[in-house]
Write a protein that binds this ligand. Sequence first.
Ligand code: MRU
Length: 316
Amino acid sequence: MLEPERILRLEDDAVVFLDQRLLPLEEVDVRCGTAAAVAEAIQTMVVRGAPAIGVAAAYGIALAAAKGEDLAEADRVLRESRPTAVNLAWALDEMRDDPSAEHARRIHADEVERCRRMAGHTAELLSPGTRALTHCNAGGLATGGYGSAVGALLTAWERGLLDHVWVDETRPLLQGARLTAWELETASIPHAVIADSAAASLMAAGEVDCVITGADRIAANGDTANKIGTYSLAVLARHHEIPLYIVAPSTTVDLQTPDGSAIPIEERDSAEITARFAARNPAFDVTPAELIAAIVTESGVHRAPYQQSLAGAVAA
Ligand code: MRU
């Protein structure tokens, strides 16, 4: 398992990221010497995953403060770097009163600790022999250490509950095939990468017991934005009577957003799909709360009606 400081860290003169665009073939560090450079690293997905970009933004503010940059401008450029994951705005709000390096490092450590607690709660939902399917990458790379959905799989494996993981390759940027598969391989967890479109037939064949994913923003009513394709999985899982569990820290829950229709969905460059023809490239979709069996945060397992159960999760 990667150490949190290997994934991203604050040094005296730079924020340093393990470049997730090149993994798993190359392990290259990217050094960002200004808040604007950190924002570019977030936008170009050197660092990605909802909690990890929140931590990156916190480090960007701490760096800007240490270097005497204009903090309002640093906040603005970081806040605009990616729109869907609410962890980014949450971390920037947190840093407003105390832009110190110590505060940013505490945010990082807290996110990793939340992951460990969520993993324990999620494992309690699983029976021995579980064959889980996951989408995108919600591992240590995405959270700054340990992982949300993948963290839950790690804990389930350690407790002898997990038999196998199906890893959606996750088009177009292949976070599943590149990053999740790499993390599972490192942990020696049995897994197989599948084309995103193979999930339906595996479910129909009775080879999937549950779907476990992370989240980028969870609205007050439980509607959940996550990597494009999660909604398709949710519909498939409901048809095949398989539970979908969302594993995400309370920093991903946004009680100010009433439902999924108010979640901003990032549209990325069409060149990520095809350079030659016209393309649409929405990076996230929203899974309606009614298709989610449970949302797991560090405070426990939350079930419908989410309006009540999530309010308790954030207050806890
Ligand atoms: O575009 P990405 O790679 O940043 O999207 C990430 C996801 O959708 C993850 O599933 C989500 O952030 C949860 S990470 C713990």
